[in-house]
Design a protein around this ligand. Structure first.
Ligand SMILES: CC(C)(COP(=O)(O)OP(=O)(O)OC[C@H]1O[C@@H](n2cnc3c(N)ncnc32)[C@H](O)[C@@H]1OP(=O)(O)O)[C@@H](O)C(=O)NCCC(=O)NCCS
Length: 181
């Protein structure tokens, strides 16, 4: 298993719209969730796909081996509503303007392909030639593997977010400053 055997495809909005099935398939393979929560997650992903792919700055990176997708990351620019459930994050951080921040929504690698630098490579392709000045993402504090990756890539914890869509859950809001924009 070698990351150099993979093909990395970067999709903009036009071709990403046709990749929903691939993304859902990877989501099911990567996330361990109870069945009802999994179906809810897939439902939200599916429902939001047209809106997400048409958001400014949308990009989807898919890693494939012999034509079979093994990982993906997608994200797009955000508005201030992203931060509306923020806890303990200063207003100069939660302030948004068009093009300030790209958020990565889902990052997933099939279990068999983990720890070979697939996410690292996909993340680098997400950041390449970005116009935004910073990147953000949410991580469950108990997700130590993902958290370790984000810290290694230079993200810092800005505070917590308790999304309206996930009552009772708290996520670490991670920020990576100093992108090209
Ligand atoms: C998080 C995830 C995307 C990482 O993918 P990956 O391709 O295995 O990550 P990489 O191989 O590029 O590793 C990047 C860094 O993450 C950290 N990391 C990843 N897996 C780790 C593990 N099992 N233990 C400790 N650190 C880990 C390491 O710092 C690693 O760098 P290193 O190997 O040079 O030490 C993958 O584990 C996954 O799909 N998890 C389930 C879905 C998920 O939780 N997604 C993130 C939340 S949206």
């Amino acid at each position: 298993m070698n990351v150099d055997d993979l093909v990395f495809t970067v999709h903009g909005p036009t071709t990403a719209i046709e990749q929903l099935e691939v993304v859902v398939d990877l989501y099911r393979a990567a996330f361990e969730k109870p069945p009802a929560e999994m179906e809810q997650g897939v439902g939200w992903l599916t429902q939001a796909w047209a809106r997400r792919t048409s958001a400014p700055g949308f990009r989807l990176v898919v890693a494939s081996h012999d034509g079979a997708p093994v990982g993906a990351i997608y994200g797009h620019q955000i508005g201030e509503s992203w931060w509306e459930s923020a806890i303990g994050i200063p207003s100069d951080v939660t302030k948004e303007w068009p093009g300030r921040t790209v958020a990565f929504i889902d990052m997933m690698v099939r279990p068999a392909w983990r720890r070979h630098g697939v996410a690292k490579r996909m993340h680098a392709l997400q950041l390449a030639d970005r116009a935004e000045e910073r990147a953000t993402l949410l991580v469950n504090p108990a997700n130590t593997n993902a958290r370790a990756a984000y810290i290694k890539w230079g993200y810092e914890r800005a505070g917590a977010i308790e999304p309206v869509a996930f009552p009772g859950k708290s996520y670490d809001a991670m920020l990576l400053d100093g992108l090209g924009g």
